[in-house]
Write a protein that binds this ligand. Structure first.
Ligand code: 13P
Ligand code: SF4
Length: 324
């Protein structure tokens, strides 16, 4: 069955998708499954998903649903978060090797030592982190609600923010609030640099630069708008501008263009030879792997119950502090 689909998909794109879409829909019904996909996945995954969203929307969708099985097309920490919230449900992932290098940049033992240096500090961690790190944290956040959550922490409290130094730095500057930052970053967003971005702005004088807060300060300072994946989408669909240079993962362009077919979206260049800064881990989610994982119900996310309970508190706290 696998070979059948793989070979057709090379020959005849649209029809091959129709056939695999049909098979996925049949399985979805049989399994009572919910397919969740991040905006950075490939368009055909976004087309078949029940919910396409940013990290926060997907965590919320994982929390509130009546499916028996959750199929998560994203990166590992996202599917793991869905499992932490749903111990009784089967959580499948098309490719469990699709990890997030940002999450991996914060190893648990080093973080434990780091945290010990600041007793009494509130630990806020980006959802892009492992369950071990969430277990050491007071509150989880995403790029959509980080600001809202940090505003609720009393002024006199010290804050440790991990693992993304660019997102932490952005919020720190915006709120005028010092935070102790773990020095991690996302290789996709950190790849944009000021001279190349300015060059793109000169080449497209009518386009507005918009950027994700995981980008460096040297890029964000030139952006007309900075926001999470969902905020960027909402901005482009409601803005009267017609051209945008988009400094984030280019997978988002599919949904931007779908919502605003008459506008022009230019992926921000990384460098002259290699223009797109792509999250290769997100692209590991292919239609074939999605279908296969549903058919075989593997790979499945499994988490130790003690770790699940230890990490659940910080995720629940996030959902309470930023109700949907
Ligand atoms: P958001 O989905 O919160 O915008 O985060 C972007 C990202 O890099 C996800 O891994
Ligand atoms: Fe991780 Fe960056 Fe990829 Fe998001 S875009 S999954 S933060 S590596």
């Amino acid at each position: 069955m696998t070979r059948d689909i793989a070979s057709t998909s090379q020959g005849n794109g649209v029809h091959a998708h129709e056939e695999i879409f049909r098979r996925i829909r049949v399985l979805k019904k049989e399994m009572n499954a919910l397919i969740l996909a991040h905006y950075y996945t490939v368009p055909e995954i976004q087309q078949i998903a029940d919910v396409v969203g940013d990290s926060l929307a997907l965590a919320r969708a994982a929390e509130k649903n009546d499916a028996d099985v959750i199929v998560f097309a994203g990166v590992y920490f996202m599917a793991e978060t869905a499992k932490i919230l749903n111990p009784g449900k089967q959580v499948l992932m098309p490719d469990t090797y699709a990890g997030c290098p940002l999450a991996d940049s914060c190893p648990v033992e080093e973080f434990r030592k780091f945290k010990k240096q600041y007793p009494g500090a509130v630990v806020i961690t980006y959802i892009n982190s492992t369950a071990d790190i969430k277990a050491l944290s007071d509150i989880t956040c995403t790029s959509s609600n980080a600001e809202q959550i940090i505003r609720q922490i009393p002024e006199e409290k010290q804050i440790i923010f991990a693992p993304d130094k660019n997102l932490g730095g952005y919020i720190s500057r915006k709120l005028g609030r010092e935070m102790i930052l773990w020095q991690g970053c996302c290789y996709v967003h950190d790849a944009f640099s000021e001279p190349i971005i300015l060059n793109a702005c000169r080449e497209h004088p009518n386009a507005e630069l918009i950027a994700h807060p995981e980008c460096r300060e040297e890029v964000l300072r030139h952006a007309a708008f900075t926001g999470s994946t969902k905020a960027l989408l909402d901005y482009t669909s409601s803005s009267s501008r017609e051209q945008f240079i988009v400094a984030t993962e280019p997978g988002i362009l599919y949904e931007m263009q779908r919502r605003s077919p008459l506008k022009t979206f230019i992926p921000a260049p990384k460098d002259p030879e290699n223009p797109f800064s792509v999250c290769t881990q997100m692209k590991q989610n292919t239609l074939e792997k999605l279908y296969e994982c549903m058919l075989s119900r593997k790979p499945e996310i499994v988490i130790d119950e003690a770790l699940r309970l230890a990490s659940l508190g910080s995720i629940r706290k996030m959902l309470q502090m930023s109700p949907g």
